[in-house]
Design a protein around this ligand. Structure first.
Ligand code: SAH
Length: 251
């Protein structure tokens, strides 16, 4: 079954936020063509079965090991698809693969590697409520697994001072229950209490749950691992039942 090393390839695909309709045709084609799928179990479960395909499900914590495994499979001639939720380039597997290439076997640099984009959580979350990302915005992951909490605080403060809309990925997990509350405390020192804050859970899955509140009322315990938090800019506002940020500061 093992193909020639020259025919091996690796594609890192984004399966979008949850609904099958939000997966791109290019991602579907890449998944159907793969001989091997590598990814976190729940993401693999979203992929329809293709006959004869090997599935290598792994635990979510060991992204770099998963990336090395995928590269080794591709180097042995397999057509590998690494499966990521949302977009693979946003706090996900595409960067892990390139980190593994950088620190790994020099021969991996000659492999056929490509990335298929997907709908990232902040776009799906924004679409659930209107257009909160309509002006300048930034995305920050609150996870301090790969960077220090001091770095996260510095970036939050700078983003708030520059009046960006802020999309917060990885706002909370069982191991990190208090950080979102700490982030809100920090942001309250810079932004007004009326700033809109949105908690969007399971965006783009068909079962989204939205909590729209303000920075003064925002409660860090309202987020879990499937929640994307959007903190508005000074111009972010409500119109009817929608929340949006105008494209510019001028009226
Ligand atoms: N690559 C993914 C992000 C991985 S980081 C993407 O592009 O979407 C994981 C974080 O993404 C979660 O903790 C959560 O904050 C967010 N997330 C992923 N899917 C989500 C969804 N359907 N709804 C809301 N947030 C989601």
């Amino acid at each position: 079954m093992t193909g020639s090393p020259l025919n091996g390839s690796l594609v890192i695909v984004g399966t979008g936020p949850g609904k099958p309709e939000l997966m791109t045709p290019a991602t579907q084609a890449a998944l159907a063509e793969a001989t091997d799928l590598v990814g976190y179990g729940p993401y693999l479960d979203r992929v329809p079965a293709t006959k004869g395909q090997c599935r290598h499900a792994s635990d979510n914590r060991v992204e770099i090991d998963r990336a090395r495994h995928a590269l080794a499979l591709a180097a042995s001639g397999r057509k590998v698809a690494v499966v990521s939720g949302g977009d693979p380039g946003v706090f996900a597997m595409a960067a892990a693969v390139f980190e593994a290439v950088e620190s790994g076997d020099p021969a991996w640099r000659a492999l056929d590697i490509r990335v298929e984009p997907g709908v990232t959580a902040m776009l799906a979350a924004a679409a659930e409520v209107g257009a909160p990302l309509g002006g300048d915005f930034c995305a920050i992951s609150l996870s301090d697994n790969l960077k220090s909490w001091a770095t996260i605080e510095r970036r939050l403060k700078a983003a708030a001072e520059a009046d960006f809309v802020i999309a917060l990925y990885n706002p909370a997990s069982k191991a990190r229950p208090h950080q979102l509350g700490e982030a809100f405390t920090l942001l309250r020192g810079v932004k007004t209490g009326e700033t809109p804050v949105l908690f969007v859970r399971a965006a783009g899955s068909g079962e989204a749950k939205v909590i729209a509140t303000t920075l003064s009322e925002a409660n860090g315990t309202h987020a879990d691992m499937r929640t994307l938090v959007i903190v508005g800019a000074s111009t972010t506002r409500q119109v009817g039942r929608w929340i949006y940020t105008p494209r510019g500061a001028r009226p």
